[in-house]
Design a protein around this ligand. Structure first.
Ligand code: URA
Length: 437
């Protein structure tokens, strides 16, 4: 396996030899390519990019590295995928809400990547939750209750599983071809009819500017459509953390609140935006307004929460525990040893919350990984009591940091400065920036 030749082509900006690229990807999936060689290739692609043709070939080979789900007649098979943000917990609510609205959702998700959290790490904070489903188990779960959420495994897109884990710890995440191939290979292997891509943009995302986000959105939409999947990308702002909770088990709590018809309006609105688009894309004549109403009803009537409960049981959670979880999530999820609350020093308005600084602090305390073998600490993270645009009284709680280790003086200062206070009121955040289709 001549990885050096592949790397030379990347560095020289020449097309990569597709037979060699295929052999490399298969070698990554089989464990025959050494981690150092895979890392060197990832670093080259991250620094020098690669052509559209190579990205499409990479995606196809990553799909072919594992099984592809095939679905018989029945409701449309749909999914959404996000490029990753801070507090981005949409999948936890969307899969059950879409299933409650009659769609099949065989969701493959990832672990935390860089500073962002991952759906799988969040679900694994629920005692007993098993994300390791093989293709047959995924199909059985979807046929029984309409959805499942599984981690990519040796059976499905295994090459992405290996590359994703290496990228997480080698600073090679924010790359258009690598993100495209990673996301679209998993989604195509699910056998989807329709896909909504949530491309995050801003200081808390991998894509910092609208131009970068549009480049990534266009690359992913083209690649997915080329593979026969109806696809749109919604570019959404990641300047502010999403919703009220950030951190693995804390985001489960917030998601359950939203499926109880309560919780953060910001989070609920994103679920409605993405879910409404998928419903409308897969039913002739269904207007976006009616599609949105269906998603809202699934949250307000508790239908999505009931599917979530059944999904938990189907994926290994004890039935009694699942029933308590959906009523009182705090009583069954892990709790941190310390909770430090920051109060406002004066009357004012929230100009913004530094989502990147918050995510990095949580990661340092165990919410994310620095090395492949690291285990995340599920209970670490933030509850934000305010959001951009809130009006604040003196001594009002701004945020609570959930942590197990004592805080250093420097960390206390970081916490004090996470919420920016301003004198003049500012509008609340508008999430949807643009649509690429
Ligand atoms: N999510 C993925 O699955 N892959 C990426 O590369 C980024 C976000």
């Amino acid at each position: 396996m001549d990885v050096a030749q592949l790397i030379e082509s990347v560095v020289a900006n020449q097309g990569q030899d597709h037979a060699l690229l295929d052999a490399f990807v298969n070698g990554v999936a089989d464990g025959e390519v050494a981690v150092e060689d895979a890392t060197a290739w990832l670093k080259a692609v991250h620094s020098f990019g690669c052509s559209v043709e190579d990205t499409v070939q990479l995606t196809k080979t990553m799909i072919a590295s594992g099984a592809q789900l095939k679905w018989g007649d029945g409701p449309p098979v749909v999914d959404k995928h996000s490029t990753g943000g801070v507090g981005d917990k949409m999948s936890l609510m969307l899969a059950p809400a879409l299933a409650a609205c009659g769609r099949r959702v065989p969701m493959l998700a990832g672990r935390g990547l860089g500073h962002t959290g991952g759906t799988i790490d969040k679900l694994e904070s629920i005692p007993g939750f098993n994300c390791k489903l093989d293709p047959e188990e995924m199909k059985a779960a979807v046929n029984a209750i309409g959805c499942c959420i599984a981690v990519q495994n040796d059976a499905i897109a295994p090459a992405d599983g290996v590359l994703y884990a290496i990228r997480d710890v080698t600073d090679t995440v924010d790359s258009v071809p690598l993100i495209t191939a990673s996301i679209i290979s998993k989604k195509a292997a699910e056998g989807l009819d329709a896909l909504v891509l949530d491309v995050k943009c801003g200081s808390g995302a991998f894509m910092k500017t609208l131009a970068q986000a549009e480049e990534l959105a266009t690359s992913m939409v083209r690649t997915a459509k080329g593979l026969g999947i109806k696809t749109i990308a919604q570019i959404t702002s990641m300047e502010q953390p999403i919703g009220s909770h950030v951190g693995n088990s804390l985001e489960i709590i917030e998601s359950i609140q939203v499926m109880q018809g309560k919780g953060s309006v910001d989070t609920r609105n994103l679920v409605i935006l993405q879910g409404g688009a998928l419903l409308a894309m897969t039913e002739d004549g269904l207007s976006i307004e009616d599609a949105i109403k269906q998603i809202e009803q699934s949250l307000d009537r508790g239908d999505a929460l009931e599917v979530f409960r059944l999904m938990c049981i189907g994926q290994g959670v004890q039935p009694e525990l699942a029933s308590i979880l959906v009523k009182e999530p705090k009583s069954v999820l892990p709790v941190s040893e310390h909770q430090t609350t920051v109060l406002s020093r004066q009357f004012g308005h929230v100009g913004g919350i530094d989502s990147m600084a918050a995510a990095l602090l949580a990661k340092q305390h165990g919410a994310g990984r620095y090395a492949l073998e690291d285990e995340v600490v599920p209970e670490i993270g933030f509850v934000f009591h305010v959001a951009q645009g809130s009006t604040i009284e003196e001594n009002q709680p701004l945020l609570t940091f959930h942590h197990n280790q004592e805080l250093t003086d420097k960390e206390h200062t970081i916490l004090q400065n996470l919420v920016e206070m301003v004198k003049v009121s500012v509008p609340t955040i508008e999430r949807l920036l643009s649509i690429v289709d």
